[in-house]
Design a protein around this ligand. Structure first.
Ligand code: B12
Length: 375
């Protein structure tokens, strides 16, 4: 073991160790990697508390003030912490310019269809990223056997975006997403708190500048101000996180999204830039459009065949079906009506109400030609 005291925390030894480790991480598929100091994140805590107190995060009871404090004070929880490795894993964005199918189709956010490059089955990014973090830690232990480490991927109590921003692996866009130089914002984040005294990497000096494309494009107005998302309006919240019936006034806003939403990322000029280099994880992504009518008859077995192991499995078949019926109400044609009627026979009370709404929505739209869907 090398002694940080002899080399000095910011001395050449740990800088070289850091650069070697970051290069190895990039070689292993992470498109950005950097180091943040484990000091508290007072701005992130203030933003989180403000979001909680003003109700912008309501509907997600697991996000609370105790968590906001713990997530922004990692060194209190892990007194051995000396650095945080911030990592971004790229995924393939759906092709928003591809021709629409002729059948009514529902859209799935592209992160949900992430898979390792050699596999066509979607994999839950939590398990993929955790596996990759564990591989990195295993390699580090070869030269630092006393290493202590704690991995965070999304659901852990850590502020993933603030850590990534401090490490300079990207900057926070107005849609609140971290935008990286090589993967744009189509990246998922992981952080590893470590006991190694790696010196921090420099923060990014880039920003969105005067661009407000994402704010204008969000169909529900969920981006209240730069960096400020109102989850109660975000399609991603309603289709993934929200349990139980979706209020009637919200349903038309969901359009054809049945799991998550990528609009504020799809329209971002940085993401659209063809110069984003091709990289592993970007190729071979399965279609993000799915036939809504056939999804209507999705039984548990077929659900697991299609979505087992992906984040959609955690949201569950019931919520996905709820979203499918709403999307049919929004973009379905009269051809969907007999299928909805048939489905109504086996539905519970909430399901019957939703199907009645969808049938009414399709009838209204198709008898009033000015409101026919554009695709
Ligand atoms: C709760 C949550 C959601 C909620 C709320 C989202 C939100 N923006 O708050 C919902 C369900 C809506 C959601 C949606 C999505 N999510 Co989400 N989500 C989370 C989670 C678990 C916590 C985020 C959180 O704490 N939000 C509260 C706000 C206050 O904190 P924050 O997002 O970190 O805020 C930063 C900025 O917004 C900014 N900020 C906040 N308020 C203010 C105010 C001012 C004035 C300023 C200047 C800045 C500013 O500073 C903060 C950092 O310090 C994180 C994972 C994690 N543990 O961090 C994933 C995470 C943010 N989600 C992620 C993803 C992929 C998504 C979706 C793209 C999924 C999809 N395709 O449907 C959408 C994107 C919607 C969007 N534009 O944010 C990724 C983002 C990757 C990236 N490139 O940034 C994360 C990091 C998961 C991961 N580990 O990869 N998500």
């Amino acid at each position: 073991m090398h002694d940080a005291g002899l080399n000095g925390i910011h001395g050449p030894f740990w800088q070289e160790e850091r650069d070697r480790m970051l290069a190895a991480a990039r070689k292993d598929g992470w498109c950005a990697a950097g180091i943040a100091a484990p000091a508290p994140f007072p701005d992130a805590e203030a933003h989180l508390l403000d979001s909680l107190r003003s109700g912008r995060l309501s509907g997600m009871p697991w996000m609370h003030e105790r968590r906001a404090h713990a997530a922004t004070h990692l060194a209190d929880r892990f007194p051995w912490a000396q650095s945080i490795i911030a990592l971004a894993w790229p995924y393939s964005p759906g092709d928003s310019s591809a021709a629409r199918p002729t059948y009514p189709a529902g859209r799935i956010a592209s992160y949900a269809l992430l898979s390792e490059s050699d596999s066509t089955r979607p994999e839950d990014y939590h398990s993929l990223l955790e596996r990759k973090c564990n591989e990195l830690i295993r390699d580090l232990r070869l030269s630092h056997p006393a290493l202590r480490a704690k991995i965070f991927v999304d659901h852990g109590w850590a502020v993933d975006r603030a850590i990534a921003e401090r490490a300079g692996i990207g900057f926070l866009g107005k849609n609140s997403c971290l935008i990286t130089p090589h993967g744009g914002s189509f990246v998922l984040l992981a952080s590893i708190v470590t006991s190694l005294p790696y010196p921090p990497t420099a923060p990014s000096r880039k920003s969105c500048g005067s661009c407000t494309t994402c704010m204008a494009a969000c169909p529900t107005g969920a981006i209240r101000a730069p960096g400020v998302i109102d989850a109660r309006k975000c399609i991603s919240y309603w289709t993934i996180e929200h349990e139980g019936p979706i209020p009637e006034d919200i349903r038309p806003l969901l359009g054809d999204w049945i799991f998550g939403c990528d609009i504020c990322q799809d329209v971002c000029p940085i993401n659209m830039r063809k110069s984003l280099p091709p990289m592993h994880g970007r190729e071979g992504s399965p279609a993000a459009l799915m036939d809504l009518i056939s999804l209507l008859s999705l039984d548990s077995e077929r659900f697991m065949e299609l979505f087992g192991g992906s984040p959609i499995e955690r949201t569950g078949r019931e919520r996905l079906l709820r979203n499918v019926i709403i999307a049919l109400g929004n973009v379905g044609t009269p051809a969907a009506l007999p299928h909805l009627e048939q489905h109504r026979e086996h539905a519970d009370e909430a399901g019957r109400e939703l199907i009645a709404w969808a049938i009414m929505a399709i009838r209204q739209r198709t008898t009033d030609p000015s409101s026919l869907p554009l695709h």
